[in-house]
Design a binder for this molecule. Sequence first.
Ligand SMILES: Nc1nc2c(ncn2[C@@H]2O[C@H](COP(=O)(O)OP(=O)(O)O)[C@@H](O)[C@H]2O)c(=O)[nH]1
Ligand SMILES: [Mg+2]
Length: 206
Amino acid sequence: MKIRTADFIKSIAALNQLPVSKLPEVAFLGRSNVGKSSLINSVCNRKSLAKTSGQPGKTRVINFYRINEAIHFVDLPGYGYAKVPEKIRSGWKQLIEGYLKNCKNLKLGLVITDARHEPTQLDYAMINWLDYYAIPYGVILTKSDKMPRHQVQRRIAEIEKEMRQQGTYCQAVLSYSSFNNEGKPALLSLIASAVASTTDTNSPNT
Ligand SMILES: Nc1nc2c(ncn2[C@@H]2O[C@H](COP(=O)(O)OP(=O)(O)O)[C@@H](O)[C@H]2O)c(=O)[nH]1
Ligand SMILES: [Mg+2]
């Protein structure tokens, strides 16, 4: 799969603003500051399609991007930023969970974690959610350039083992670097196969 076009569609702050569309969706999930926006930009070959920010935890909207006129990338708010008051955090939770409960077109979730650290409880909560709602997903370990390759491989192996034991809908555990694009072909083929059944049709119905 090659990404030819990537267009920002809209930001929504409430679930009643979800775009009306039949395009297959790929959702990007992860803690704040984990490198989610950078990953979206890197995957799309764009510098600032998704806003990277020095102020972690600011985004509390869901952003939609249309890829190749055929797929929606859904950028969900980063979860679990400690400095955010509980009230706002629960608002994000509602938005994320509300989306996951209602998204009829979601083909793949991407749980993005930092390769240097073990996934957090919130990452596992997200993984459990995806399994509960029978949504296929991948676990993506970002910032792989910050760690020696063998350590990244070891982390992948650890998580793969856990996923074999309990991650029923986990399709792959992959590493990624938005700085040098390591892992990009593997991620693109994961996305392509997840949406394959619906993008084979000639004219996507937006
Ligand atoms: N070394 C390295 N740094 C990264 C990578 N991805 C993101 N970063 C840095 O991590 C910080 C947070 O990135 P951002 O994409 O805004 O994270 P988000 O909050 O999850 O959307 C920024 O300072 C990025 O430059 C990566 O693959 N490698
Ligand atoms: Mg971001």
